[in-house]
Design a binder for this molecule. Structure first.
Ligand code: AMP
Length: 577
């Protein structure tokens, strides 16, 4: 299949590949086993020569990141021996997932980018089938500079790698569709410049914009916040027909954006100014982009929390949540009916990129013997996704829980249920219970000796821009104004932040996550929460465990109405050494 094929050809291909997913999966596993037969990891698990599928299933255990971390470290340091893969790995993907606070790295397969292009192409064909899109797309795409490990391995995120890859850059460009931003803007690594340039290019072509979006909903919301900060400058540039060099200093971006601006357009500038200066921004997207028909962005999992604000800004345009993707495997799934609400958003796992197995949730031993193949998952059941890929992951637990909701031909269609263990997430940061607990313990060590935290919980507050983490503390003593100074709470806030993962710290530095807040509670607040929970659910006080993330609205009300003092971090945190 070629990504330049017509929509009909693409959809025929999807039909063919999903007809017998069991056979496709068997073929993929055989290819992976034949290619990597001589790697150390296989020998370590007693596999010699090219193992059969049955040998693999018998001998290969489930794995998680800690099981392969030392192998990955060796590969990243330039060790070219056959550790996890037959061919040396020259590129690694930086995941937003972390392990022990450090960013996870995954070997990148040679086919990763081309698979991503293919999945994006399929996703576009599916959307076109439901609602023929005529016009351009304002996509808020941001890339980061790649890194290099001491061993010379290039590292970057899956998204940055994809948008800078030849597979993407050599795509067929249709001037009447495609992105409103030129590639120079997509490739700019400075958020302030690229977000401004995206907005400017989108606004000057506003009547041609048919879809708006960003890979993740958090990025779309952040980009719209940027609009609220800089619409006056944008109007000025549209009025003069020239981009402000103080805002866009990158020459290639400036030239490319000036070529889009072409000439002064005071009427358009006035119209934008009229809309943006109104107090109420409800429906601002449709007011500025009158022909926009769809918002394209991932809104499942932790991104679901942004649906209300996107609905507000877009005046409830339909949202198409196109893909389910990860560093472990380019694109895990595609949404074949992106405009089918109110039914749940479903992703069809694409059977030809990796070998997928499924660990039933709540199974007794969670061992490899419990794994179920893609073709054998059962309707209505929940599973944790386990991947074997071409890049050296074998029976690797991704940590995502999926529910089988339907089938497309023989391919199961999954609803994303949750990422196992994630407690707090604003953007790409994913903080689990242990990370939060360690941070709280570190911060508590700064309190005076006779003061301790009786109990704590947390939540994400999205009323601020950007959203931020709130940690609620009930202390062992009543809090008065005079005691607050003594308690060194600002230092506690900083310690909480600097104890979190590298992805959290990077997001804080880059401004996609706001400063952490500690809210001190009146004494007895957690007793009130216990009373509420126990009276509303069947259970005993003895069994009750404080949820470390408050999601229940009544519980949040109890917490908020008992806050006696709140303190927010002032500095951008540095990682703890
Ligand atoms: P990363 O390793 O940074 O690429 O992050 C991959 C993870 O992001 C996945 O394992 C999921 O937990 C999450 N993710 C990606 N796509 C989606 C989606 N469409 N819905 C919900 N979560 C997603």
């Amino acid at each position: 299949m070629n990504t330049r094929d017509s929509d009909d050809q693409i959809l025929d291909f999807v039909g063919d590949i999903t007809r017998d997913v069991g056979a496709v999966q068997a073929g993929i596993l055989e290819q992976i086993l034949a290619k990597n037969a001589n790697v150390e990891y296989f020998k370590r698990h007693g596999l010699c020569g090219v193992p059969s599928r049955d040998d693999f299933k018998r001998a290969m255990p489930l794995s998680s990141y800690t099981d392969i971390e030392s192998d990955i470290t060796r590969m990243a340091s330039g060790d070219d021996s056959r550790i996890l893969t037959d061919a040396p790995v020259r590129q690694m993907l930086t995941s937003s997932g972390t392990s022990g606070g450090k960013q996870k790295l995954f070997p990148k397969s040679e086919t990763y980018d081309i698979e991503s292009v293919l999945m994006n192409r399929i996703s576009r064909a599916c959307l076109n089938k439901q609602i023929p899109i005529q016009g351009k797309s304002l996509q808020f795409i941001y890339v980061r500079k790649p890194g290099v490990t001491p061993g010379g391995v290039v590292t970057c995120s899956g998204l940055s790698g994809y948008f800078t890859s030849p597979a993407f850059l050599n795509r067929k460009i249709d001037p009447s569709s495609g992105f409103t931003s030129p590639d120079q803007v997509l490739l700019c690594v400075d958020f302030d410049q690229s977000s401004y340039a995206h907005l400017l290019c989108g606004l000057v072509q506003s009547t041609q914009v048919a879809t708006l979006g960003a890979p993740f909903a958090s990025t779309l919301v952040r980009s719209m916040k940027r609009l609220s900060d800089c619409w006056r400058d944008l109007c000025q540039d549209i009025r003069s027909g020239k981009v402000n060099s103080n805002i866009i200093s990158d020459l290639s971006v400036k030239h490319a954006v000036n070529a889009v601006l072409r000439k002064p357009n005071p009427e358009l500038a006035d119209a934008i100014e009229r809309e943006c200066s109104k107090k109420n921004w409800r429906g601002i997207i449709t007011r500025l982009f009158p022909n926009a028909r769809v918002i394209q962005t991932i809104v499942t999992g932790s991104m679901q929390q942004y649906v209300p604000v996107i609905d507000f800004l877009s005046g409830e345009l339909p949202i198409a949540s196109p893909l389910y993707a990860s560093s472990e495997c380019s694109s895990l799934g595609v949404n074949l009916s992106p405009l089918s609400p109110p039914s749940p958003i479903l992703y069809t796992i694409f059977p030809s990129f990796a070998y997928y197995e499924f660990l039933p949730v709540n199974c007794k031993n969670s061992s490899s013997g419990d794994l179920v193949e893609l073709a054998d998952v059962e309707l209505g059941k929940e599973y944790e996704l386990v991947i074997t890929n071409r890049a050296g992951l074998y029976r690797y637990r991704v940590g995502d829980v999926l529910r089988v909701v339907d089938f497309y031909n023989s391919a199961p269609q999954f609803a994303f249920v949750r990422r196992a263990g994630v407690l707090l997430s604003v953007d790409t940061d994913k903080t689990d219970e242990l990370e939060l607990h360690t941070a709280v313990v570190n911060a508590c060590s700064l309190l005076p000796q006779d003061v301790f935290v009786v109990d704590y919980t947390s939540r994400v507050d999205l009323c601020s821009h950007p959203g931020h983490y709130v940690v609620y503390w009930e202390l062992s003593l009543p809090v008065s104004d005079s005691s607050v100074e003594l308690l060194k709470l600002k230092e506690c806030c900083s310690m909480l932040e600097s104890s979190l993962s590298v992805v959290y710290l990077r997001n804080r530095r880059e401004g996609s996550v706001g400063a952490m807040e500690i809210k001190l509670l009146q004494n007895g607040t957690f007793d009130r929460i216990v009373d509420y929970v126990v009276s509303n659910r069947e259970g005993s006080v003895a069994q009750f465990k404080v949820p470390r993330c408050a999601r229940d609205p009544t519980m949040i009300d109890i917490l908020e109405s008992n806050v006696v003092r709140s303190i927010q971090a002032t500095h951008i945190p540095l990682p703890r050494l």
